[in-house]
Design a protein around this ligand. Structure first.
Ligand SMILES: O=C(O)CCC(=O)C(=O)O
Length: 477
């Protein structure tokens, strides 16, 4: 429980901590889970980052891994933690969001920000509000920030502008380029900060006007803060990792992703939130505004589907070069997106797109459950390959020396053709994923590239080297 002194601290400063709430076992389980489910990615500029693949969004993102990783869910449902939050926000609580904040050595700062959801007026007109609070209630969106490594000033701990939660800072649109955005420093990944351009917004906030407090936190301890308080974190100038994870809580009277009820599922950051849900971690929900589930686990069908999808994604199965490739494509789309929502492409102008459209559209009306089952059954029928990333990533020496730029040029023209874009629109540093390639398309592209190079390439390589620049330079080595 929070003491009255701690509650007072929260009321005055907008945050409280570090707090010792969790058992070492709980922390160790989360850490082990994240370490087992992440991979090191080398960005085009050489910066290393950790990638986390989210099976619910089907996207590499640090967000919402509690939806399918038990240890993370258990951390943010911890009884002792919930008691702390209840003292601030009341009995009825929804856990609606989690995010992994990992700063590897060399990763940058997170700039001052205050959650945008509190704004009713600003320079920016948000078409899609993530959270909509009940009019007559004081908006609450509490963050619990948990240190999984020791966090200090050298490796990028948090800091707060004490008392700034009492003031709403105006957001200024377009005042900063995307690469200087609030979160740009923690990802060298151009597409991430481009996609999250909203974070490049400036706040009408001058740190010199505030009492700033740096909050080092030992591994296992937590800080609770309101998203209204201005907060930031230092760059990681050390040789140590700084791993943190956050959970966010609102009252059930708050609408989370309300646009989903209009059939809109792509959020402001490009995540497909169709399968997102809130978890009632305490009290009751008298409102029914949100998709709330008690059962947090994915169904057996969904788990099997995710496994099959990964087998295709990572090249662990042979996909025959026949109509089954298109079946795989269509069933994947139907499982993840549902009925085809694209207009029929012109077969003369865009033959490839037309074939894919047909492959997807033939499953119109098939439930997600049925599409996933059929996808998994089909993948089961494919013979296993026995290949490793390393053995396949080499292009043997007796072949004509193909340079990085040759491979880049091939990939640019392939993607331009596939996506019906101009070559100039294909960016060397944008991730393959950002172009919306399905796993079957990714596998097809790698197969075709392998044919051109006269070798077999493991499709998993595009997850390790996620854009044209890094992938081409790896292959040319
Ligand atoms: O972990 C960090 O460095 C920043 C976290 C943060 O900004 C947030 O939770 O809103």
């Amino acid at each position: 429980m929070l003491t009255s002194e701690q509650l007072n601290h929260f009321a005055r400063k907008g945050w409280v901590g570090p707090l010792e709430i969790f058992s070492p076992e709980k922390i160790a389980a989360v850490k082990a889970c994240l370490e087992a489910n992440s991979r090191l990615i080398v960005e085009a500029n050489g910066q290393e980052i950790l990638g986390f693949y989210n099976n619910v969004f089907n996207l590499e993102t640090p967000r919402d891994h509690h939806l399918f990783h038990q240890p993370i869910r258990e951390l943010f449902e911890d009884t002792e933690l919930i008691k702390h939050i209840q003292q601030i926000a009341g009995e009825d609580l929804l856990l609606w969001y989690t995010n992994i904040f990992c700063k590897l050595p060399g990763q940058g700062e997170i700039k001052w920000h205050q959650a945008k959801e509190y704004y009713t007026s600003s320079d920016i007109d948000y078409q899609k509000k993530t959270l909509v609070y009940q009019d007559d209630e004081e908006p609450i969106n509490l963050t619990v920030w948990v240190a999984l490594d020791d966090a200090d000033i050298e490796n990028g701990c948090m800091r707060f502008a004490n008392g700034s939660h009492q003031k709403l800072f105006k957001m200024l649109a377009g005042s900063r380029p995307a690469e200087e955005g609030v979160f740009a420093g923690i990802s060298a990944h151009k597409t991430v900060w481009q996609r999250e351009q909203k974070y490049s917004l400036d706040y009408d906030f001058d740190e010199n006007d505030w009492d700033l407090e740096t909050v080092p936190v030992e591994a296992g301890k937590a800080i609770i803060f309101t998203e209204k308080v201005m907060h930031s974190s230092f760059p990681n100038r050390s040789q140590r990792r700084r791993l943190g994870i956050i959970g966010r809580y609102v009252r059930p009277s708050t609408q989370v992703y309300p646009y989903r009820w209009q059939g809109e599922f792509i959020d402001e950051n490009g995540h497909n939130i169709k399968r997102h849900y809130c978890i009632l971690v305490s009290g009751k929900d008298d409102y029914g505004h949100n998709l709330v589930r008690d059962s947090h686990d994915l169904s057996d069908t969904e788990v099997q589907f995710q496994n099959s999808l990964n087998q295709v994604r990572f090249g662990q199965v042979n996909i025959p070069e026949d109509e089954r490739q298109l079946e795989i494509y269509g069933l994947e789309k139907q499982s993840i997106t549902g009925d085809c929502d694209q207009s029929k492409p012109n077969p003369i102008l865009h033959p490839r797109k037309y074939i894919q459209w047909e492959a997807w559209n033939q499953y119109r009306g098939l439930s997600a459950e049925e599409a996933m089952t059929r996808y998994s059954q089909l993948v089961e029928t494919f013979k296993r390959k026995n290949t490793s990333v390393e053995s396949n990533s080499q292009i043997s020496g007796d072949q004509k020396k193909i340079t990085t730029s040759d491979i880049e040029a091939w990939l640019i023209s392939y993607l331009a053709e596939l996506l019906d874009l101009e070559a100039e629109e294909i960016d060397l540093e944008s991730s393959f994923q950002s172009y919306g390639l399905s796993s079957a398309e990714g596998v097809g592209m790698i197969g075709d590239l392998g044919d051109w190079l006269g070798t077999t390439l493991n499709p998993a390589l595009i997850y390790e080297y996620p854009n044209i620049a890094t992938f081409s330079s790896k292959l040319a080595q």
